[in-house]
Write a protein that binds this ligand. Structure first.
Ligand SMILES: [Zn+2]
Length: 494
């Protein structure tokens, strides 16, 4: 962090529905848990937005000087097709369809997920635990829930007793749901021969004989319920109570509500101090979903190979587009918005390349310290990336003016501006210059134009103005504009 203090960080806690000052339990350490992917299919762009939100949180906490232990799990068992307690396991189903071992499916889509994260410059977590790697911890947690009296066994499965838990504890606090309303609205009769209430959920499921993914337990062969893994793994790596738990809005209920209930039942404490939920991505105003035919994959996006795409967009353009919207608002994907982001990012990145070439003067005509403070204030205000980006465009205006000789900055201010832009653009927003090839090409071009400029200077030196003008005009004809300044000649693309 630079010399100026970044100030207190405020985060909207979705549990209290208020913006609260973030104060970690054990500073400078911060425990962060984010629900990871269920690895049974390709990641779509809506998933990318969710992981990007927590990537920015992770980057900003790190920037504030915290030592973050960031745990993001891989769900490789127990997530059933209907997101409830019946239906096939998503991974087992995919294994059957693709005629592979379930663990081959898990590996294939885990690799794919990591590729996509790298493509969008989303940093890897500190620990990436898998559900199948934590069967013992999950079985132990089921035992603790049974011991608390809030779980019961029925025919080889173990269920969480929601109504009896809700008599003593605030169930539904996070999602704002009430037990009575839930009871009136539920039509779910599946498994009712075993469950005492339709609100109860499985923490351990008995496996049918043909089931592929099953493990021995005190209740017979089976597999853990989907909600259980996050509770067991967050407790293991971050403790019974930890700082921040994140996930997509759609996970608030039942997944996160169930996580809270499980931890309170098993260990007697609310597990999470700050809950944070990212909003959804829509496409032309409609929710992104595979069934809607608009859930395009990152690959389709890059190639433009999808009926809803006018052209391909780079990963950094997509990242920038997403950051221009606050994480708690819905974001609508459209070609027009993407093309505006593409232009904006180009302007920003072009200004970044000018930074090392800026010429200093004795006067300061822009307040860089104030600009830095406004950038920090925006990030400290619930990760307000759109406001921060607006400040970066103010910086772009300053950089271009200094470059054009229309604004003066001292060496100190130029260095400060350089540091600020590097931190905010590369480290906090995670934007990087596009593909290495393009950069290599730019370097070669830079050298080539540099040679032409040298030839022109030599021509001018021998008063051969016909040649020097011809060099300038021919370069202009191919889109390279030379600019003569007091300090020498620079160039830019038309
Ligand atoms: Zn989870």
């Amino acid at each position: 962090m630079s010399a100026s203090s970044p100030g207190p960080f405020f985060l909207t806690n979705t549990l209290t529905r208020r913006k609260e000052e973030f104060k970690p339990l054990r500073p400078p350490h911060v425990g962060l848990y984010v629900c990871g992917p269920t690895v049974y299919s390709d990641v779509h762009l809506g998933n990318v937005r969710s992981f990007l939100t927590f990537d920015v949180l992770y980057r900003w906490l790190t920037q504030l000087g915290y030592k973050v232990r960031y745990v993001r799990n891989i769900t490789d068992v127990g997530h059933l097709v209907d997101d409830v307690d019946h239906g096939e396991d998503k991974i087992a189903k995919r294994a059957r369809l693709e005629q592979l071992e379930p663990m081959e499916i898990v590996q294939k889509y885990t690799n794919g997920f990591h590729d996509v994260m790298r493509l969008f410059n989303i940093l890897p977590p500190s620990i990436e635990p898998t559900a199948t790697g934590h069967l013992i911890e999950q079985i132990e947690m089921v035992k603790r829930i049974l011991a608390s009296g809030y779980g019961y066994e029925a025919n080889g499965s173990v269920y969480f007793d929601v109504p009896s838990f809700a008599e003593k504890h605030p169930y539904g606090e996070l999602s704002g749901r009430k037990i009575d309303e839930l009871l009136t609205n539920t039509r779910d009769t599946e498994g009712m021969d075993e469950k005492r209430s339709p609100l109860d959920f499985a923490i351990w499921k008995k496996a049918e004989p043909q089931h592929l993914m099953k493990w021995p337990s005190p209740w017979g062969e089976g597999f853990p319920g989907w909600h259980l893994e996050c509770s067991a793994m967050s407790t293991k790596y971050l403790g019974q109570t930890f700082d921040i738990h994140g996930g997509g809005m759609d996970l608030k209920f039942p997944h996160h509500e169930c996580e809270i209930a499980q931890s309170v039942a098993a260990d007697g404490q609310a597990p999470v101090r700050y809950w944070m939920h990212g909003n959804m991505l829509t496409v032309n105003g409609r929710k992104m979903a595979k069934s809607e035919g608009n859930g395009f994959t990152p690959e389709e996006l890059l190639t433009g190979n999808h009926k809803l795409l006018e052209k391909g967009y780079s990963a950094m353009t997509v990242r920038f587009f997403m950051l221009q919207c606050h994480y708690a608002s819905t974001l609508d994907f459209s070609n027009a918005a993407m093309q505006a982001s593409e232009k904006g990012l180009e302007r920003l990145m072009k200004a970044m390349t000018l930074l090392p070439k800026l010429k200093a003067s004795d006067a300061d005509e822009a307040d860089i310290a104030a600009l830095e403070q406004r950038c920090h204030a925006a990030m400290n205000d619930d990760l307000n990336t759109p406001v921060m980006i607006a400040e970066l465009f103010e910086a772009v205006r300053i950089i271009n003016s200094v470059n054009d000789g229309k604004l003066n900055l001292t060496t100190t201010s130029i260095e400060k501006l350089h540091g600020l832009m590097h931190t905010m653009v590369h480290e906090v927003l995670g934007l990087r210059a596009e593909a290495a090839d393009a950069k290599g090409e730019d370097n070669a071009l830079d050298a080539l134009v540099g040679e032409c400029i040298r030839l022109r200077v030599e021509a001018k030196g021998r008063k051969d103005f016909a040649t020097s003008d011809a060099i300038r005009d021919r370069l202009a004809a191919i889109g390279i504009i030379l600019k003569d300044t007091k300090e020498g000649t620079t160039w830019e693309r038309a």
